[in-house]
Design a protein around this ligand. Structure first.
Ligand code: UD1
Ligand code: CA
Length: 449
């Protein structure tokens, strides 16, 4: 059976109090919308329709960044979730599989839960995802008759008896496309909010002799984000889960609560992550690598046996080969460091290639930017770059070459050569002693007078 997703993302998210549309706020470095699309991607949908409204162009662009084939439709006025689903009708013209409706602001529904809904669809016309809540608050309530779902009632419209129900509506539903649109056509807006409630399709289905059923999941999965406080709570939940996942897969963390991960952070077995490390998006750390305390990594690849930090920053395009050492207060950007090379202290390496086993001395800087354009630095294998070398790019230091400490390298250095470019030193005998005794005498005179 083929599957189409309809993701509702037209709402303004007023309670976020933000210029950014709600579904574009991030958890683990990815927008809420991508989390929802990511878990639904496991259903291998044939079509994906995003219902946009508030900041429609931005939301559509974000959806298409995740899935270039996603179709955005526009709901100009937000007249309710039922009205929102109706907007997907034209985009799903000719589609005759199952439709799964999801919310763009509900990032944690798992692929397993979605698959359970699809499985339940084989036996029922409409399947709703519900959850038991200890504190059901303002959620819509699922009203059961035995094992069958008879209707959904919104909190505002519920009687005290309805409100006593603890089985709540997550908002996720699944039904055949023709069933969904035919039911949605029959929804009215005569209710406490004056909205077209998608939830009304259950009562209508039953009245038509169709069957409706509930699949339940953990309340944590259905967590929707409406405010910054909820966003921060969701982030914390995401971090906890991702840390557990990595530790279960053999990653070592001394202080997991201080390690921040992204949705796509990949870390191999027996890698060690020290306290207070931040993984922004796009990082892969291979087995046995060690990321020391207070490092920040983004868009970087760290190979087996490499060491990073403490206090290192790997920026996008940092590619560290096996056994590379990157030490404290070192920044690497768009640069490949070949096997066994060492960049241990106080260094900036940007737009560069460093050959295998080379040693980059403390305080070295690749001067990659001329104020207009970026230029590359290439350093051959087995070379030695002396401390405080300024490499004025574009420039190449050959294999087995060296630069003397303090050299400003503006010309290529041939293989095996040494470059030295610094002012010559002269010593003035006795000068320092004379100078300080003079200063001391002056100071004494001042304090007396
Ligand atoms: C909805 C459900 C409620 C459920 C709850 C779970 C209805 C009528 N109610 O209530 O039973 O317990 O979710 O969180 O469905 N949206 C649009 N266009 C609209 C209206 C909403 O795209 O016209 C989108 C919103 O952006 C949001 C989602 O649909 O992502 C849910 O809408 P919201 O207004 O938050 O529904 P709730 O009142 O929370
Ligand atoms: Ca909501």
């Amino acid at each position: 059976m083929s599957i189409a997703l309809v993701i509702l993302a037209a709402g303004k998210g007023t309670r976020m109090d933000s210029d950014l549309p709600k579904v574009l706020h991030s958890i683990g470095g990815a927008p809420l919308l991508h989390h929802a699309m990511h878990s639904a991607a496991s259903l291998e949908p044939d079509r994906t329709v995003i219902v946009t409204g508030h900041e429609a162009a931005r939301v559509a662009a974000a959806a298409q960044a995740f899935d270039a084939d996603a179709v955005a439709v526009r709901q100009d006025e937000q007249l309710g979730t039922g009205h929102a689903v109706a907007q997907a009708r034209d985009a799903l013209e000719g589609f005759d599989g199952d439709v799964v409706v999801l919310y763009g602001d509900t990032p944690f529904i798992t692929p397993e839960t979605l698959r359970a809904m699809i499985a339940a669809r084989a036996a029922h016309d409409v399947v709703v995802l519900g959850f038991e809540s200890v504190d059901p608050g303002r959620y819509g309530r699922l009203i059961m008759e035995g094992a069958a779902l008879s209707r959904i009632v919104e909190f505002k419209d519920a009687t005290d008896e309805d409100r006593a129900a603890t089985l709540c509506n997550s908002g996720v539903i699944c039904a055949r496309a023709d069933t969904v649109f035919s039911l949605v056509d029959a929804i009215g807006n005569d209710n406490a909010s004056g909205e077209y409630y998608l939830t009304d399709i259950v009562g209508i289905a039953n009245a038509r002799g169709l069957t409706a059923s509930v699949v339940t999941c953990d309340e944590a999965e259905t967590l929707g984000i409406n405010s910054r406080v909820e966003l921060a709570r969701a982030e914390a939940a995401f971090q906890t889960r991702k840390r557990l996942e990595l530790m279960t897969d053999g990653v070592q963390m001394q202080a997991p609560d201080t390690v921040f991960l992204s949705f796509d952070t990949t870390i191999g077995r027996d890698a060690q992550i020290e306290p207070n490390v931040v993984f922004a998006p796009g990082v892969t750390v291979e087995s046995g690598a060690r990321i020391r305390a207070f490092s920040h990594l983004e868009g970087a690849h760290v190979s087996r046996g490499a060491t990073v930090g403490p206090f290192a920053r790997l920026r996008p395009g940092a590619e560290l080969a096996e056994e590379v050492h990157v030490g404290n207060f070192v920044e690497i950007k768009n640069a490949t460091i070949d096997e066994g090379a060492k960049v241990n202290h106080l260094t900036y390496v940007g737009d560069a290639q460093i050959g295998a086993r080379s040693n980059i001395g403390a305080g070295t800087i690749t001067c990659n930017y001329d104020g207009m354009m970026k230029h590359r630095t290439t350093i051959g294998p087995d070379s030695f770059v002396g401390s405080n070398t300024m490499l004025v790019a574009p420039v190449t230091v050959g294999a087995e070459a060296m630069t003397a400490t303090g050299t400003v390298v503006t010309k290529d250095v041939p293989d095996g050569a040494m470059a030295i470019g610094r002012a010559k030193q002269t010593n003035k005998d006795g000068f320092a002693r004379k100078f300080f005794s003079m200063l001391r005498a002056r100071k004494d005179q001042k304090s007396k007078g």
